[in-house]
Design a protein around this ligand. Structure first.
Ligand SMILES: Cc1cc2nc3c(=O)[nH]c(=O)nc-3n(C[C@H](O)[C@H](O)[C@H](O)COP(=O)(O)OP(=O)(O)OC[C@H]3O[C@@H](n4cnc5c(N)ncnc54)[C@H](O)[C@@H]3O)c2cc1C
Length: 484
């Protein structure tokens, strides 16, 4: 009746799946991972590889609870903070080592001094520590993190079946979840889970209908195309409650017709502004944490019902153009597909970046009224002279004028690092039904039903994937085996 059997079956082989599998196998359980793609890695491999540290655990709990705005129970936040504070030690145990990372998650790669907490005015911010990553990592820290995890999985006594997307969960009355149905080639296989199933199959970055329905606008994924919200459907079919469905970690990025995914935007110098389709600046371009860029771009003009900031444009000058690449293509697997030119010249030739000798001509190319754009640039340059940005509060040390021509514009859209929504979990990583009761033998970890809500400070998702992965793995392996 069953094609495969294991004590613990894990659906999705990214960071959370790997951590869950390693925790479960360390208890002596037989573990099987099913992965949809031909290889594992998920978003974890595409990521920047940053993890959280804390200076004071209790204050960090207060801070994260406040960022979640009452949507995440304190017990869940506590379990996360305490377990994720063990991440450095655990990564060392499995063959990796972590180093601190300077705080630099802005829109730009210009080294400006930022507070350790992305939201320093929120209660408990002083408990947050610097970010960390795997030692030796450069821009591909996510690949390095995945290297440590996947090497340990390969050395361990557990099985990974790739190209095996899970299509349904199986449940028996009184027993809870007993297994899964997965596709394997052109047939379906049934996999028995004696003790539990752990869903670690990521978010819905590549389901546009879910974006419109839950997030209220379209986004482009900058990550693993296999993340299509499958875990949400699997859990919902068994009555799971959903949480954080309206929450994302989203930045500005580029969506070119050549690629199915978005490319992360960065500016190599401070001589730039962002403008909307009316030619106006709308945010502090240098002082907004990259992960909550969805907030300004979710603006709707209530008279016209237009989203005048989607797309929006970065406007910059020649000095900025030659300072470095505007696209972060070194990250994750994007580097397999495209390498951005060091001085942006290839992207100008492709027409991705528009160029003109004056601001008015540039405005025509992006369909913005020339007088408006001219006025915005002139006003910004004047504020640079005065060192004061009264309306948007950009700090004086980042007020660099848009100086010598040619001038350039690049179109930007909201792009997803990840979504946070999915089945609600408790502090033991059990998935809860709509009445708040655990669905028997069903667990989750990672960004599928993340504890994070809308105000996400970066480095929290990978920390959660590893921490809740271990919690889920240990607890699922400790379940009594199904009787039948
Ligand atoms: C460019 C970028 C940079 C980022 N940088 C950071 C950072 O520095 N720090 C941080 O904390 N977070 C970062 N993130 C977010 C972070 O990478 C993710 O939230 C995290 O990797 C999620 O891990 P996961 O294991 O939950 O999911 P994933 O790593 O995405 O793994 C999910 C896996 O499940 C598989 N799957 C999906 N459906 C099925 C199915 N039906 N059956 C079987 N398998 C399935 C997928 O193919 C995938 O392999 C970044 C994201 C991106 C895109």
């Amino acid at each position: 009746m069953w094609d495969h059997e294991a004590d613990v079956v894990i659906v999705g082989y990214g960071g959370a799946g790997a951590a869950a599998a390693l925790a479960a196998v360390s208890t002596g359980a037989k573990v099987l991972i099913l992965e949809k793609n031909p290889e594992g890695g998920g978003n974890t491999k595409y990521s920047g590889g940053s993890l959280r540290t804390y200076l004071d655990l209790d204050k960090a709990v207060d801070h994260i609870e406040a960022l979640c705005e009452g949507t995440t129970e304190r017990a869940v936040v506590e379990a996360f903070v305490r377990e994720s504070s063990r991440n450095p030690e655990w990564l060392k145990e499995i063959g990796g080592e972590v180093v601190f990372k300077p705080p630099s998650e802005t829109t730009s790669n210009i080294p400006i001094t930022l507070p350790l907490a992305s939201f320093p005015t929120i209660r408990g911010a002083e408990g947050m520590g610097p970010k960390m990553q795997i030692k030796g990592s450069g821009s591909a820290a996510g690949i390095d993190l995945w290297g440590v995890l996947s090497r340990k999985v390969a050395e361990s006594n557990l099985e990974v079946l790739c190209s095996s997307p899970v299509k349904r969960l199986l449940a028996a009355k009184g027993e809870g979840v007993t297994g899964v149905v997965a596709a394997s080639g052109d047939k379906d296989i049934k996999v028995r889970a004696r003790r539990g199933v752990i869903l670690t199959c990521g978010g819905f970055e590549y389901d546009q209908a879910m974006h419109l329905n839950y997030l209220g606008q379209s986004y482009f994924g900058m990550c693993n195309p296999g993340n299509t919200g499958d875990g949400i459907r699997l859990a919902a079919e068994l009555g799971a409650d959903l949480w954080h469905m309206n929450a994302t970690a989203a930045a500005l990025g580029y969506k070119f017709a050549e690629f199915a995914f978005g490319i992360r935007h960065r500016m190599p110098s401070a001589g730039f502004i962002y403008v909307d389709q009316t030619g106006k600046r709308f945010m502090d371009e240098m002082g907004t944490d990259a992960h909550i860029m969805w907030a300004p771009t979710s603006y709707i003009d209530v008279k016209t019902l237009q989203r005048t900031r989607v797309p929006c444009y970065a406007i910059f000058d020649e000095d900025t153009r030659v300072r470095g690449p505007l696209g972060a293509t070194g990250q994750g697997k994007v580097s397999d597909v495209y390498q951005w030119s060091p001085d942006n010249s290839a992207e100008i030739r492709k027409g991705w970046i528009k160029a003109a000798d004056n601001i008015a001509d540039l405005a025509y190319q992006i369909n913005v009224r020339p007088d408006r754009l001219q006025m915005t640039v002139a006003q910004y340059n004047l504020q640079c002279v005065g060192g004061y940005d009264p309306e948007l509060g950009r700090s004086s040390n980042t007020l660099v004028p848009i100086g010598r021509p040619p001038y350039y514009a690049v179109e930007m859209r909201p792009c997803l690092f990840n979504t946070q929504g999915g089945p609600k979990r408790n502090s033991k990583a059990q998935i809860l039904d709509v009445w708040g009761n655990p669905i028997k033998r069903l667990y989750s970890a990672g960004e599928l039903g993340s504890l994070w809500h809308r105000f996400y400070p970066g480095a929290g998702n990978l920390s959660e994937a590893l921490a809740f992965g271990r919690i889920a793995g240990k607890n699922a392996a400790a379940e009594q085996p199904v009787s039948a």
